[in-house]
Design a protein around this ligand. Sequence first.
Ligand SMILES: [Zn+2]
Length: 139
Amino acid sequence: MGQVNNYLWSTILKQTTPADRNPIAVVKVNLQAFIGGEAVTTGNLINVSLVYLNDYNGPLDFKKEFMSLMGHEMTHCFQWNGANTAPVNVVEGIADYTILKANLYLRYMHGMDWEINGTRGKPVEQLWKDYQAKYPGVK
Ligand SMILES: [Zn+2]
């Protein structure tokens, strides 16, 4: 777990000193049967859905999917969110960036169903260009 913490602090969150960091001493993982999402994290508690895990059938192998899921949720534990005032898309985007940077496929993205190698027949780079064309000014 220390390796994950250091990765999050140094590579993702750029929190180089303890004073920069969200003071989380322990992360708790609770496996429970619920419907409505892969996992829900509040503070230092990650609730993982056993229903989701039980029903998961790809496209990633189970271990990679679980690592991706945990990387995303661990980011939520350690990231700042402006005392819950940060836009949810920014908060979720940072958590998804964690798994992108860790070379885990982005199967697990909120509101999207795509992988880093492309979806809907387009590579990610083309999807980004399409998005920029749709919303001028986005860089
Ligand atoms: Zn999330």
